[in-house]
Design a protein around this ligand. Structure first.
Ligand code: UDP
Length: 313
C-alpha cells in the first residue's frame, strides 16, 4: 500500500517542491491550497498522475480528507513580508485555526504531522547564530507579528497535541530559502533583486544593506523536511544554510550574475522590525538528522536566475 500524504500550501513555492519529492518517494499525494498566494502552474505537471489529487480549500476552515492518511505537511501560509502585511488576518488564521484543524485531522487519522515553522519565531534575534533553545525577540504587535505570533502559536499548539493527545508531530524552523517557483512579485529579496536586475530597473536594497540573512537552496530544504519527517525527533529543529551574507552583498552577487548594465542599486527605507541578523545554528540537524546543506549559494543563485529569466520572457 502506498503511503498517503496531505500537503497544505501545495501550489506554493515550498509546497510544490514537496509534492514533487513525495511523488518521487512513491507516495500518494493530496495537495490542498486556497490559491491566495499559490500558483497552480507549480503543480500542473502532476494533474494527470493518478497518485496526485488536489483540493481547492482553505485549511482555516474544517478540513476533511476521505480514507486513511499517513502524513500531513502543513506548509500553507502567506510567507513574504508584503503578503502578510496585505493579509494579516488570513496569516493569523492559517497558522492558528488551520494548524488546529490539521492537528485534529492528524489525531483522527493517526497520521504523523510536520508543521512548517520559521526563523521568524526568533524575531529580531539578540543572539547569532540562533540555536533552537533561543526563545526569540518578537514584537507581537509589529507588522511582522501576525506571521511570527501565528507561527509561535502553531508550535505551542503542536506541542500541546503531541504532549496531551499523543499526536505524532514534527516541527521544522525554516530559514530563508530560495529557488525556482518563488513568485516574481512576492517582495522578498531574491525575487525582487532578480526581477529588477533582469528588467534593468533599480535594485531596491532596504536600509544600508548591512542586515544579514543566510540563504538555503530549496533542494536542501526539501531533503531536510524529508529527513525530519522520517526521523523520531519531535522537538523544533532549524533547517537552513549557515552561510551568512549581508543583503547588499547578495544584491551585488545577483547583479553580477544577471550582468545588465541598466540595473543600479538604490537604497530605500528599512521596514519596521526588519531583523538585523539571521543565521541558523544547525548542529541539531547535522547530528540528529545527518543533514547538511549541499548547494552553495553561487550554484543556487545561477539556477534561480535561469528560472526567473524564463518567467520574465
Ligand atoms: N530586502 C531588500 N530589498 C527588497 C526586499 C527585501 O533589501 O526589495 C531586504 C529586507 O529588508 C530584509 C532582507 O532583504 O532585510 C530579506 O528580506 P525578505 O523579504 O526576503 O525576507 P525576510 O528574511 O526579511 O523575511
Amino acid at each position: 500500500m502506498k503511503k498517503k500524504i496531505l500537503i497544505t500550501g501545495a501550489s506554493g513555492f515550498l509546497g510544490s517542491h514537496l509534492c514533487d519529492r513525495m511523488i518521487d518517494e512513491g507516495m500518494a499525494v493530496i495537495g490542498m491550497d486556497n490559491l491566495i498566494t499559490g500558483d497552480l502552474a507549480n503543480i500542473e505537471h502532476h494533474f494527470s498522475n493518478e497518485n496526485f489529487s488536489f483540493y481547492h480549500h482553505d485549511v482555516s476552515k474544517f478540513v476533511h480528507v476521505p480514507g486513511e492518511l499517513d502524513y500531513i505537511l502543513h506548509f500553507a501560509s502567506p510567507a513574504s513580508p508584503i503578503d502578510y502585511l496585505k493579509m494579516p488576518i488570513q496569516t493569523l488564521k492559517v497558522g492558528s485555526l488551520g494548524t488546529h484543524n490539521l492537528l485534529g485531522l492528524a489525531r483522527v487519522k493517526n497520521a504523523r504531522m510536520l508543521i512548517a515553522s520559521t526563523s521568524e519565531v526568533y524575531g529580531d534575534p539578540l543572539v547569532n547564530p540562533q540555536p533552537e533553545e533561543y526563545w526569540g525577540n518578537v514584537n507581537p504587535i509589529g507588522p511582522r507579528g501576525v506571521y511570527d505570533e501565528a507561527k509561535r502559536f502553531q508550535e505551542a499548539m503542536t506541542m500541546a497535541y503531541h504532549n496531551y493527545h499523543g499526536v505524532d508531530t514534527r516541527i521544522i524552523r525554516i530559514f530563508n530559502t530560495f529557488g525556482p517557483r518563488m513568485r516574481v512579485n512576492d517582495g522578498r529579496a531574491l525575487p525582487a533583486f532578480f526581477s529588477q536586475a533582469i528588467r534593468g530597473e533599480e535594485v531596491t536594497v532596504f536600509g544600508d544593506g548591512s542586515q544579514t540573512r543566510s540563504f538555503c537552496y530549496v533542494d536542501d530544504l526539501v531533503e531536510g523536511v524529508f529527513k525530519l519527517l522520517m526521523s523520531e525527533y519531535t522537538l523544533p529543529i532549524n533547517i537552513g544554510n549557515p552561510d551568512e551574507i549581508s543583503i547588499l552583498d547578495v544584491a551585488e552577487e545577483v547583479m553580477a550574475i544577471v550582468n545588465n548594465p541598466d540595473a543600479k542599486i538604490i537604497f530605500k527605507g528599512l521596514p519596521k522590525d526588519d531583523p538585523k541578523v539571521r543565521r541558523p545554528d544547525i548542529t541539531k540537524a547535522k547530528t540528529l538528522l545527518d543533514w547538511n546543506p549541499k548547494v552553495v549559494r553561487s550554484e543556487g543563485l545561477q539556477l534561480t536566475y535561469e528560472y526567473f529569466l524564463k518567467k520574465l520572457n
